[in-house]
Ligand binder design. Structure first.
Ligand code: ME8
Length: 573
């Protein structure tokens, strides 16, 4: 039995390098995925959310950033999956980890670090972390018994269990939430004094109301802290679980896979020597299924080890498929690689990020992808670029001039009668595009990327209406007054497209690049901090005016065909 802690360790102060302000470092992370099966669109969704945040931050020039991901390779679940596949755990992990790396790369997830928990540098960090827990007095050895759920890799209380019958008709207990069978397990384990961290956790949350977003998940965590908070079993008997990191100085025990996995967020930033440059400036993107591990266990473990909790935890809900939970047994698991093949990289990224709402589960079906991507990317955005850059309408292939006499600056757009050619509706539309960059930034900040995309889609529709309303193709180019107005319409439209292309880079990187290149926007002009919109309207110079447009490299986004069948998982392990 280890000594109880004399007093609870306090989280240390933030390191100077992570103070707020421009130029600060930030670690963004995805969960590390279990290496027991191939990736599906749920995994990809987590990674895309983190990727979009990371790219958005990079475009803002917000300071050095890292995006970490990887595979969670230890534990009973992997040990059993390897046995079932007739292979060894290292072989299974090597293969599945490769599939994840490949899937994330194929989806253009711009990760800077890919951690495998089987790597020596990670295992070293875990052993050191364990030592810090032990030295703080937060661990003790006790006899533990309870219902263990291997697929979830945790013990479950009776309140989270239901009675069912197994395949042979025998009564058994299953997890209420996931339906997986649980097994009674009795062991000598190391226990973590989680119960002692209730107040420090509450204080952390009270002091940091944005620590967990969206807010309903923050409220959930506060509620959990009002409920029973038993100590946590943090090791398994080695005789049952060999595939894991042995407890330092007790080779009869293996470190609990969740402690092992969570430490990836530290090992990636060089724990135990160099993590101070990054930690605790960390934002974790996680699914709601693993919120308790990240918002209760992880901060408590960190505090016990003398470290501060992560700055923010962004939580998202799940994708279902035609109303059903995705599962191997139902055969409805959606393979991201097939989807990218069918809907293109940008198309599929756009779909998941535009349709995924973190607060609630979202349903996937193929027709929905086709409909959304065709209407918003191919028709609305691609069509707008095509129409406004067509040689018939813009034969000089330049970014035309804006005329203040056609679109004069007004104080109140409702009183535009008689001056210029722009209508009240045009002023209203220009104002909504002008406010778009700030709106998008604030939605990204609040982990509501889908709302940012909704606003952009609305502005794209408004720009199409603007273009349509003024029928520039009907204007008589020989008449100098008409030519001025024609140029102004195109200038405004291209300015809108430039803003949309710039803002869409974190979500559809390839199509955005194509769009911006077509408009002649140089790579160094694509940042978000210097993004301006229609400066000529405010009497300022526009660097693009008169500039030659980039080469026409074809349709921005081809319309998608209706798929013939479901993109179900085809990969075999
Ligand atoms: O839990 N919809 O790994 P995991 C949306 N190794 N996202 C989904 C999803 C769905 N249907 N299914 C899974 C683990 N996800 C641990 C994590 S981290 C230190 C250890 C996403 O392979 C979601 O983010 O089961 C979920 O939290 C994660 O994949 C779980 O992946």
């Amino acid at each position: 039995m280890l000594r109880p802690p004399r007093r609870l360790p306090r989280p240390p102060r933030r390191a100077a390098a992570t103070a707020t302000g421009p130029g600060r470092r930030l670690l963004l992370s995805t969960p590390i995925f279990y290496a027991n099966g191939p990736p599906h669109i749920g995994h990809l969704y987590s990674a895309l959310l983190a990727d979009a945040l990371h790219r958005h931050r990079g475009l803002r020039g917000a300071g050095p950033g890292r995006l970490s991901t990887g595979t969670d390779e230890h534990g009973l679940k992997i040990q059993q999956a390897a046995a079932a596949a007739g292979t060894s755990p290292p072989e299974l992990c090597e293969r599945v980890s490769g599939l994840f790396r490949q899937a994330l790369t194929q989806a253009a997830v711009s990760f800077t670090d890919f951690t495998r928990t089987s790597e020596p540098r990670h295992q070293r960090a875990v052993r050191h972390f364990w030592g810090a827990l032990r030295d703080s007095g937060a661990l003790y050895k006790g006899s533990y018994e309870g219902w263990y759920c291997t697929p979830e890799e945790c013990f479950l209380p009776e309140s989270q269990l239901a009675e069912r019958r197994d395949a042979q008709g025998r009564p058994c207990k299953v997890s209420l939430e996931t339906g997986h069978q649980v097994h009674w397990t009795k062991e000598e384990n190391y226990m973590f004094r989680l119960s002692a961290f209730r107040d420090p956790l509450r204080k952390w949350l009270r002091d940091n109301p944005r620590a967990i977003s969206p807010d309903p998940f923050y409220q959930n965590v506060l509620r959990w802290l009002d409920e029973d908070l038993p100590d946590l079993s943090v090791s398994r008997e080695r005789s049952r679980l060999q595939w894991g990191i042995p407890v330092p100085s007790d080779s009869t025990q293996t470190i609990y896979v969740w402690v092992d996995a969570l430490v990836n967020y530290l090992s990636v930033v060089g724990y135990p020597e160099r993590h101070g440059e990054w930690w605790p400036a960390a934002h974790h993107v996680v699914g709601k299924d693993i919120l308790k591990f990240h918002a209760v266990y992880w901060p408590a473990l960190l505090m016990a080890a003398g470290l501060a909790p992560p700055e923010r935890i962004f939580v998202h809900s799940h994708w279902t498929v035609r109303g059903q939970k995705m599962s191997k047994s139902l055969g409805n698991v959606i393979d991201p690689s097939a989807c990218i093949g069918q809907y293109t990289l940008d198309g599929f990224r756009y779909f998941l990020l535009r349709q995924g709402v973190p607060e609630r589960d979202c349903d996937y079906y193929d027709e929905k992808v086709v409909k959304l991507v065709n209407s918003e990317l191919a028709d609305a955005l691609g069509g707008l670029l095509n129409r406004s850059t067509a040689l018939s309408i813009n034969p000089s292939n330049t970014y035309p001039c804006f005329s203040e006499s056609c679109f004069p600056k007004v104080l109140d757009y409702r009183e535009t009668n008689g001056i210029g050619r722009a209508s009240a509706e045009d002023y209203e539309f220009v104002a909504s595009v002008a406010s778009l960059p700030l709106q998008v930034a604030s939605y990204f900040e609040g982990f509501q990327i889908y709302k940012a995309l909704e606003c952009i889609a609305l502005c794209v529709r408004q720009t199409n209406s603007f273009f349509q309303r003024h029928r520039p193709w009907k204007l008589d180019r020989k008449d100098p007054a008409e030519q001025l107005w024609l140029d102004t319409i195109i200038h405004v439209t291209l300015e809108c497209l430039r803003v949309f292309g710039t803002l869409l880079q974190p979500v559809i990187p390839h199509a955005a690049d194509k769009l911006l290149s077509r408009l002649g926007v140089e790579p160094e002009e694509r940042g978000l901090s210097s993004l301006t919109f229609l400066p000529r309207y405010s009497g300022k110079p526009c660097p693009f005016e008169g500039r030659q447009l980039g080469p026409d490299t074809g349709v921005l986004f081809h319309r998608l065909e209706r798929p013939r069948q479901h993109q179900t998982e085809t990969k075999k392990l």
